[in-house]
Design a protein around this ligand. Structure first.
Ligand SMILES: [Zn+2]
Length: 98
């Protein structure tokens, strides 16, 4: 399990800080997200990728859930490919960090 915060270099946009939410994949605390499509706060139904374990997550009304096949069916193949690129960018960033 990782301790401490990792630098996030996926996007030059400033992170949007929010209440701490637990990643259901690794149980790390996530308290900031970057919106790659605008400056708005994350909303229920928005996707995110855990910077610690790279699990693709979906914001719910009370927390984060692991994205399901049904969730993936709601987004375009282009958006799914983008999520995979973000996972790869996190993998690369973590490798550089270690
Ligand atoms: Zn995680």
């Amino acid at each position: 399990m990782t301790t401490g915060r990792l630098p996030v270099i996926i996007s030059p946009m400033r992170p949007f800080e929010h209440a701490a939410l637990e990643c259901p994949g690794c149980h790390e605390r996530l308290d900031a997200s970057r919106n790659l499509t605008g400056a708005k706060a994350p909303a229920p139904g928005d996707f995110t990728v855990c910077v610690y374990c790279r699990t693709i997550l979906v914001f719910g009304t009370t927390g984060l859930c692991v994205a399901s096949e049904r969730d993936f069916e709601q987004v375009s193949s282009e958006q799914r490919a983008r999520l995979r690129r973000i996972q790869e960018a996190i993998r690369e960033a973590r490798r550089d960090y270690q």
